[in-house]
Design a protein around this ligand. Sequence first.
Ligand code: R2B
Ligand code: URA
Length: 304
Amino acid sequence: MTEKKGYAGNGFVHVKNPHLALMDEDILYHLDLGTKTHNLPAMFGDIKFVCVGGSPNRMKAFAQFMHKELGFEGDGKDVKDICAGTDRYSMYKVGPVLSVSHGMGIPSISIMLHELIKLLHHAKCQGVTIIRIGTSGGLGIEPGSVVITDTALDSFFKPQFEQVILDNVVVRSTELDKDLAEELLNCSKEIHDFPTMTGHTMCTYDFYEGQGRLDGALCSFSSEKKLEYLKRAYNAGVRNIEMESTVFAAMCGLCGLKAAVVCVTLLNRLEGDQITVPHEVLLEYQRRPQQLISIFIKKRLGLY
Ligand code: R2B
Ligand code: URA
């Protein structure tokens, strides 16, 4: 069974759960927020851009960067973690921009997205664009390149996400917003310091065996088998590998959110498995998707 995508005719965020309307209160447990304890429309109603990424520190740095880029007063160093009451996820708000961490892997981002999407719905946000800014392993491209995902694929190179619901498997589309990806690619033309391209992104359930690494605690395949798989992925159009894009695309699509995935590549997986770039270089790589998104947001706000 394949589910239909949500449509956002009125720009509101759709929740597709009839039970929610019957609930007196909704506690967003992992975000430490709730409909009775917080005035969500007042706190979040003006949000237009949501950026999510794995690491809490990186998402704080992104919020501080956006504070500066949007020309807000002060240095932004004291930006407050809205989810400080929980250590599961971090969340920062800078004007119309919300920056949220999601941890590593499909289960972690999925929990965060359920609660974030409900948060945007309860807050009556309209016309929200959501972008995952992350890290990834590159396939046949120069480390440090930025990949804008055109299609998120599973480990079998299929553009789908399989959600187990009770004891059924529900297949969801992982289509992303094509116009948004093109708009982001256009913004990348303003940046000359690193290559940016569109390509397919493969999403796996694991960093080691699931991504064909030879350096995990477990490995039962040869170097030849690994390369044969990765080259097949390359020939199917895969340019980078990460661990969240399929469920992100599926959930955002169903709830009517325009979504994009922009990841920097930390290494070329056809050349190795270990991430050997020095710490400072890694930090600089991780700022690349942020730079691109900042141009995109400023252009949308008429500030660029
Ligand atoms: C990219 O980097 C993380 C693994 O190191 C994972 O969250 C991902 O998708
Ligand atoms: N994140 C991944 O999921 N894989 C990599 O190789 C690097 C970062």
